[in-house]
Design a protein around this ligand. Structure first.
Ligand SMILES: Cc1cc2nc3c(=O)[nH]c(=O)nc-3n(C[C@H](O)[C@H](O)[C@H](O)COP(=O)(O)OP(=O)(O)OC[C@H]3O[C@@H](n4cnc5c(N)ncnc54)[C@H](O)[C@@H]3O)c2cc1C
Length: 347
């Protein structure tokens, strides 16, 4: 259930193994649709490598590229990211980071003093290499249409009270399946079987602005990101809010982003839209993947946090290899690390 970044990666892996699938989605979560879609192995706040990102990058790019061919669409848009430094100390941290294992591949050693007349800086900019954007909105729209064309998609809410779990299969309404995999993002909070897992929603909002004079061809990360969308439109964000779990864009989000943006963008612009979604985040920043502790034909693939584009294809593949070929899941992602929470919740 679910056809965000997780559900698509899981579905595709199952289809590649000739499995018959049926995917439910009711659009109750929007994280994958509103995402910036950035793939970037480097955490730009601390100049560290994101968890397993160098391994995930190749898998993700070949996964989205195979979907481009399969669906005859364009998804991957390579896009350099420039980090705008706020101090000499940050510049120095960049150079120290280059000595760390795996990071030198992604951090350009030549800093540049200017990238655009409307984004001035008293310090320089550092270029992150091998970055870009996956158009998640197009991916989701086209992948759902593809699933519908092979009679494998239902645009409807999955109701847990219609699910019956038997020893070797489950039934839902008049469907019967050997296994069920939940890819419900923050919807996991309403999942009767997996809501014992420690998933923290983190709300993110973006503004879409129109800035005719800006003519920016790269993404810039200052206090917030500016991501060019074409036709003088840019995504600006995002916010990170652990308290508000509503899906609607807020005035607070808009004010926060405008304050940050006005701090470094020096040209006219107008806000044309605002979007929001809940990131399925975890405290240990690792995904939540694996088999239900009691109902052995139920699985979940969740907890991608703010990096679903990179994480999704690798962990979905791990999950299906585990289900189909009994290849052990890596401890990092296996939900067995939270077995005690299940015991506590069911006692
Ligand atoms: C503002 C913002 C910006 C982001 N930017 C980036 C970025 O630049 N790069 C990046 O890698 N990641 C980014 N992310 C994070 C990324 O979006 C997530 O990691 C990813 O989308 C999670 O995918 P998912 O499939 O697990 O969850 P979701 O996208 O939430 O998908 C879950 C799906 O399950 C469906 N569902 C849930 N419950 C039910 C039910 N009962 N019945 C039927 N359907 C149901 C929902 O409708 C939804 O489609 C961003 C997130 C936000 C909010």
């Amino acid at each position: 259930m679910g056809s965000g970044l997780s559900g698509i990666a899981v579905a595709e892996k199952l289809l590649s193994k000739d499995k018959k699938i049926l995917v439910f989605d009711d659009n109750s979560q929007t994280s994958s649709t509103v995402a910036g879609g950035i793939y970037n192995p480097v955490i730009l706040k601390r100049f560290t490598l994101a968890w397993n990102a160098n391994e995930q990058l190749g898998t993700a790019l070949s996964f989205y590229s195979s979907l481009e061919n399969k669906l005859d669409i364009s998804l991957i848009h390579p896009l350099p990211i420039y980090r705008r430094f706020h101090s000499i100390e940050e510049q120095n941290n960049w150079f120290s980071a280059m000595d760390k294992p795996y990071l030198s591949r992604f951090l350009d050693e030549k800093l540049v003093s200017t990238i655009n007349p409307h984004i001035p800086s008293s310090h320089s900019f550092g270029l992150v290499k091998e970055t870009g954007v996956v158009n998640t909105k197009v991916l989701i729209e086209k992948y759902r249409a593809y699933l519908a064309s092979i009679n494998s998609f239902k645009e409807e809410t999955f109701y847990f009270d219609h699910l019956e779990i038997k020893a070797d299969h489950c039934t839902y309404k008049n469907w019967k399946a050997k296994k069920i995999i939940f890819c419900d993002g923050f919807g996991l909070k309403k999942n009767l079987y997996f809501n014992y897992l420690p998933l923290n929603g983190n709300k993110g909002e973006y503004l879409i602005i129109k800035a005719e004079d800006l003519k920016l061809k790269v993404a810039v990360k200052s206090s917030v990101f500016i991501i060019p969308l074409g036709k003088d439109l840019y995504k600006v964000g995002a916010t990170y809010n652990n308290w508000d779990k509503s899906k609607e864009p807020t005035k607070d989000g808009e004010n926060y982003l405008l304050e940050k943006l006005n701090g470094f963008l020096k040209c006219d612009f107008e806000v044309v839209d605002q979007v929001a979604g809940i990131r399925p985040a975890t405290n240990d920043r690792k995904p939540l993947v694996g088999q239900h502790p009691v109902y052995r034909n139920m699985y979940c693939c969740n907890g991608f946090g703010s990096r679903g584009v990179l994480i999704g294809p690798t962990v979905a593949s791990e999950l299906i290899n585990f289900i189909e070929d009994s290849v052990a899941l890596s401890e990092d992602i296996d939900i067995r690390r939270f077995a005690k929470l299940y015991q506590a919740a069911s006692s």
